[in-house]
Design a protein around this ligand. Structure first.
Ligand code: NAD
Ligand code: IPM
Ligand code: MN
Length: 348
């Protein structure tokens, strides 16, 4: 039986990096006789233009039926009208929520060959390997009420005990496969939701006596990320802190364009996407780094298809291409998206 993968390229550089990842995934899968059956759908601005909504019911139904989803990015200046009723980002948020993908795993690890690419000093980034577990379906992204009226606007940050518990539990489980250290990042000195978060994570930690737990406030965690990155193992945090801290952490490996993510929930299906956005400034110019999406395809094989063999092939090819000096412009090199993809394919 072949695995059903839904591709949702989206906007901006999304279609470019997804096409690249598809080529690499197809090549790796065929090496071990895995048959993939691809479907393609619209999301974000592309879906608004064609269907009037950022995520149609038909696309959502196909997402539910798929074994896994590979997504590029959504959004762009074309759809940024502040008075618009529909926004591209609603498609992505709606998909995460509808599929119950409550945990977004963003591992940020520094490739030895790229230590000098980071704007940070080599001794600060060398050896850094952090697994962020970002809560993805709660917090201020989804809280009600949400109001915009003349002279006043409201967003609401809500967390329930159960929402915090399940994502923290996952973080501890994943820490067992790593260095057994969890840093829970919050703003407990100000936010009631963070004080709830702290109580719950302390309770979860009781089930994991072999894993060390520490708490850190988000503002000082932001500093520690760039000064003592190697002191972190697993970081678990709420939705918006996780969004911001992972973009910050992307300076460690050298570029936002390198970083993949997996969004998972109760079910087997998952959503795989780079952590970067649609990069309107470089879209359509063959300049995007495809590695974040290629590595997301590897995560897709590992977590949703149960094919660690294919994931290992892809990861090894990416690693060898980088070790061999393949560099897109964001890494200080001259390769285009297509040439970087060829470099990875050559090392497969
Ligand atoms: P962005 O991540 O799109 O771009 C930030 C900077 O990083 C830009 O200079 C861009 O050129 C560069 N960059 C990003 N990905 C790159 C890659 N693969 N290779 C080389 N350089 C890369 O963030 P932004 O500019 O703040 O947001 C642009 C749009 O993307 C917005 O509409 C936003 O809502 C959307 N967005 C979508 C997602 C998503 O779909 N998951 C994530 C973040 C932002
Ligand atoms: C991300 C993006 C999204 C988020 C936006 C586009 C809704 O920034 O995937 O990191 O904030 O989650
Ligand atoms: Mn983001």
């Amino acid at each position: 039986m072949s695995a059903r993968v839904l591709s949702l390229p989206g906007d901006g550089i999304g279609p470019e990096v997804v096409a690249s990842a598809r080529r690499v995934l197809d090549a790796a899968a065929s090496r071990v006789g895995l048959a993939l059956s691809w479907e393609e759908g619209l999301i974000g601005g592309a879906a608004i233009d064609a269907e009037g909504t950022a995520l149609s019911d038909a696309t959502l139904a196909r997402a539910r039926a798929a074994d896994a989803i590979l997504l590029g990015a959504v959004g762009g200046p074309r759809w940024d009208d502040p008075s618009a009723k529909v926004r591209p980002e609603q498609g992505l948020l709606g998909l995460r929520k509808a599929l119950g993908l409550y945990a977004n795993l963003r591992r940020i690890a520094v490739h030895p060959a790229l230590v000098d690419v980071s704007p940070l000093r080599p001794e600060r980034v060398s050896g850094a390997d952090i697994l962020f577990v970002r809560e993805l379906t709660g917090g201020i992204y989804f809280g009600e009420p949400r109001v915009r009226e003349p002279g006043r606007a409201v967003d609401t940050l809500v967390y329930t005990d159960a929402e915090v518990r399940r994502v923290c539990k996952l973080a501890f489980e994943l820490a067992r496969g790593r260095k057994r250290r969890v840093t829970s990042v919050d703003k407990a000195n100000v936010l009631a939701s963070s004080r709830l978060w702290r109580d719950v994570v302390v309770d979860v930690a009781r089930e994991f006596p072999d894993v060390a737990l520490e708490h850190q406030l988000v503002d000082s965690a932001a500093v520690r990320l760039v000064t003592h990155a190697t002191s972190f193992d697993v970081i678990v945090t709420e939705n918006m802190f996780g969004d911001i801290l992972t973009d910050e952490a992307a300076v460690l490996p050298g570029s936002l364009g390198l970083c993949p993510s997996a969004s998972i929930g109760e079910g087997k299906g998952g959503l795989y996407e780079p952590i970067h956005g649609s990069a309107p400034d470089i879209a359509g110019q063959d300049l995007a780094n495809p590695i974040g999406t290629i590595s997301s395809a590897a995560l897709l094989c590992r977590h949703s298809l149960g094919r660690a063999d294919v994931a290992d092939l892809i990861d090894a090819a990416v690693s060898r291409a980088l070790a061999d000096g393949a560099r897109t412009r964001d890494l200080g090199g001259r390769l285009g998206t297509g040439e970087m993809t060829e470099a990875v394919l050559r090392h497969l």
